[in-house]
Design a binder for this molecule. Structure first.
Ligand code: SAH
Ligand code: SF4
Ligand code: F3S
Length: 453
């Protein structure tokens, strides 16, 4: 049995995707279960845990900066420890393992993506003997979903349905740090969601690097559509999912946007590029034409669906013509949101071996010119919402103004509305309210609460 963490405080700093956010909730669940207390800041924490991302270089660099700055932060008064314990996990932990403690001597624990369950024991060992403790496994033996959980919000839950990725897009590090794709048995997923629904959860987000291929390893064929049916049957109000690979998006799944009331009218469908030549070099295994056909089918089933995507600018060898293909696709589809990334070379991936003569300024100019298109689209697509009354799941107060609440519409738009007089913002968190929309900006809608649901 692992030692108790009674009297010890910890904080978890999470970078990267929703999978990491979910893992961090499991880490918190384990430490809380052993008596630890979560705190927000490094100053208050006896144990600091970084759950890291290495999908692009910027995230790597940030970790090194943060870890080295901690050295100068004194331990809180009254801490039972002699020195603060520092742990790094997540995708950088998985990729770099013990190299991390060679580069950052004051690091105590390194763990990977496949063994977050080992963290309490690793922390306990370092508290006992003062040595480094490093454990990184090659693949997962169990799903992190079998660990205790402390969720960030009582009304929403991340639910992994697969872990890992088999797609090996040529630019991407994820398959190397998250391992091969494994699906959870459908009964486990449903049981978890049902328990959440019974406890008052309103929204679940099904997670996987490619949810569309869910079940291929277990049942010999993808069964994502059946998962959606089963989750709908739990009575949950809102279902979302991320992420969806276009090559595996089936008609059966698309149909669900027309038939399941709980499936929110929002689809994130990463396109990465609008050029067939680049899509091929990226090993995406679909064409621009196929992607546009999918969008057409989705809009036929659910005309008012909100769409978002990911785009990489500056993939090695991208020409001006390739870039214009991407730009025209973005204009043609009309996305509510586009996450644009400048290509970042990741050692160990096939694309890292491709030389690229394109000057950095050219790539930056392409990137900047896309951002304009993205913002114009988002603004234009928000305008027809004015005058409608939308059901909004309240998430809390707006970051900029404590008197304004912020929540999400079915299409995942951020909605702001003044908090009615005499009502505390906390009492509205996690509730559904009807908001009459009176204004629409690029990144949010605003309006007045007309009723609670
Ligand atoms: N499995 C998901 C998410 C992967 S990571 C998916 O396939 O959609 C999220 C996004 O990061 C990707 O969609 C891609 O646009 C971007 N990304 C991944 N590797 C990158 C790299 N080396 N450089 C720049 N962006 C990258
Ligand atoms: Fe990376 Fe491609 Fe897998 Fe997404 S589908 S995680 S981009 S390899
Ligand atoms: Fe980053 Fe790992 Fe997610 S590399 S994007 S945290 S799977």
């Amino acid at each position: 049995m692992t030692r108790s963490f009674d009297g010890l405080t910890y904080c978890v700093h999470t970078f990267g995707c929703q999978m990491n956010k979910h893992d961090s909730e499991r880490i918190a669940g384990m430490l809380d279960g052993l008596g630890g207390s979560m705190v927000e800041t490094i100053e208050e924490a006896d144990i600091v845990i970084f759950v890291t991302c290495c999908v692009r270089e910027a995230a790597d660099v940030r970790l090194y900066g943060q870890v080295s700055s901690i050295k100068n932060t004194p331990l809180r008064e009254g801490s039972p420890l002699k020195k603060r314990i520092l742990a790094v996990g997540g995708c950088i932990g998985q990729r770099d393992g013990e190299k991390l403690t060679e580069q950052m001597k004051h690091l105590d624990v390194v763990f990977g993506t496949h063994n977050i369950g080992a963290l309490p024991a690793l922390l306990a060992a370092t508290i006992e003997d003062g040595n480094h403790h490093i454990e990184v496994l090659d693949s997962a033996t169990d799903f992190p979903t079998n660990l205790p959980i402390t969720r960030e919000h009582s009304w929403a839950a991340w639910v992994p349905i697969t872990i890992g990725c088999n797609n090996f897009c040529s630019y991407c590090i994820v398959p190397y740090v998250r391992g091969r794709e494994k699906s959870r048995p459908i009964e486990d997923i449903v049981a978890e969601v049902q328990a959440y629904v019974n406890a008052g959860v309103k929204e679940v987000t099904l997670l996987g690097q490619n949810v569309n291929s869910y079940g291929r390893d277990l049942y010999g064929e993808p069964r994502f559509a059946q998962v959606l049916d089963a989750i709908d049957a739990t009575g949950v109000e809102r279902i979302r999912f991320a992420t969806s690979h276009p090559k595996d998006l089936t008609d059966e799944v698309i149909e669900k946007f027309g038939t399941l009331k709980s499936l929110m009218p929002y689809l994130h469908l990463p396109v990465q590029s609008g050029s067939n030549r680049i899509l091929d070099a990226m090993n995406r295994r679909y064409t621009r034409e196929h992607y546009l056909e999918l969008i057409e089918k989705v809009r036929k089933v659910c005309p008012d669906i909100a769409l978002s995507t990911d785009v990489i600018v500056g993939f090695p060898g991208e020409t001006e013509e390739d870039f214009q293909d991407t730009k025209s696709l973005i204009e043609q589809v009309g996305y509510n949101q586009v996450f644009t990334f400048i290509y970042s070379k990741r050692e160990g991936t096939p694309a890292a071996k491709i030389d690229d003569p394109t000057p950095r300024e050219v790539i930056q100019r392409r990137f900047d010119s896309l951002v304009d298109v993205v913002q114009n689209n988002a603004y234009t697509l928000n305008q027809p919402e004015v005058g409608k009354t939308l059901p909004v799941l309240v998430e809390g107060v707006s970051k900029r103004d404590g008197f304004i609440l912020a929540g999400k519409s079915p299409k995942n738009q951020t909605v702001h509305a003044p908090i009615p007089e005499g009502i505390s913002p906390e009492s509205l968190e996690g509730t559904m309210v009807n908001v009459h929309i009176t204004g629409a900006k690029t990144w949010y809608l605003s309006g007045e609460i007309v009723s609670e649901l």
